[in-house]
Design a protein around this ligand. Structure first.
Ligand code: 13P
Length: 243
């Protein structure tokens, strides 16, 4: 059974109310591809606004991170339940920028994924090797252990999404070869089995999307820079194979 591709945008720490409005205006029925599921993950402070701007426009909304606890005295953090209350359906956990900037370990990521599931959100669990790890021939070993150690207990097929994002391909304009992407995705597939979508992320653009999205076991994309404008995001979505 073919999985419906998921084309997800991660706005990171970019965006504003005005930018979200411009993006929503670009989501006309004529511009929306019918095949893939579409998702935008804006900064937490914009999730509620974006959820109302996108309502009925065919694009879901997600968070970029959540706390591992359901609630509590954690100044500045956002709970999965609040994201859900604001209209989010997904939340990214374990992005390499969170792992690097905030020292998140696989155990932290796993706890966050479990909190997301408990709040009814679909976690998008990110893994990816650094350039040094790839050069040392350790890419497969690293991403496999990241996935095994951060996958929540009892996650049923369809309840989680995996994203393979090689750290060295994020924001650099460099991408792995399709053979390298296929090799990593096959290794991740062996861990999660059929029924779980595995996205590729790292310098996905309108110009390379069709080639990447056609790779075996690539079930969509996680897009940073090229998700900031609706035109680029929709051009990538249009390149997704129909399930
Ligand atoms: P870029 O598409 O800007 O390389 O970012 C990828 C990414 O980190 C998405 O989460």
């Amino acid at each position: 059974m073919a999985l419906t591709p998921l084309i997800a945008g991660n706005w990171k720490m970019f965006g504003s109310r005005a930018m979200a409005s411009r993006f929503a205006e670009g989501l006309t029925p004529a511009a929306l591809p019918t095949g893939p599921d579409l998702l935008i993950c804006p900064p937490a402070a914009l999730v509620g606004l974006v959820a109302s701007l996108f309502a009925g426009r065919g694009v879901s909304v997600g968070g970029q991170d959540c706390h591992a606890k359901a609630e509590g005295a954690h100044t500045g953090d956002t709970s999965a339940a609040l994201l859900a209350d604001l209209g989010a359906r997904y939340v990214i956990v374990g992005h390499s920028e969170r792992r690097a900037d905030h020292g998140e370990t696989n155990a932290t990521v796993r706890a966050k994924a479990m909190a997301a599931l408990a709040a009814g959100l679909t976690p998008i669990l990110c893994v990816g090797e650094t350039l040094a790890e790839r050069d040392a021939g350790q890419a497969i070993t690293i991403v496999r252990s990241q996935l095994q150690d951060s996958l929540p207990d009892g996650a049923t097929a369809g309840a989680v999404v995996i994203a393979y994002e090689p750290v060295w391909a994020i924001g650099t304009g460099r991408t792995p070869t399709v053979a390298d992407i296929a090799e990593v995705h096959a290794a991740l597939r062996a861990v999660v089995g059929d029924g779980v979508r595995i996205l590729y992320g790292g310098s996905v653009k309108p110009g390379n999307a069709a080639e990447i999205l056609a790779v075996a076991n690539v079930n969509g994309a996680l897009i940073g820079g090229a998700s900031l404008a609706a035109s680029d995001f929709l051009a990538i979505a249009a390149a997704a194979p129909t399930a």
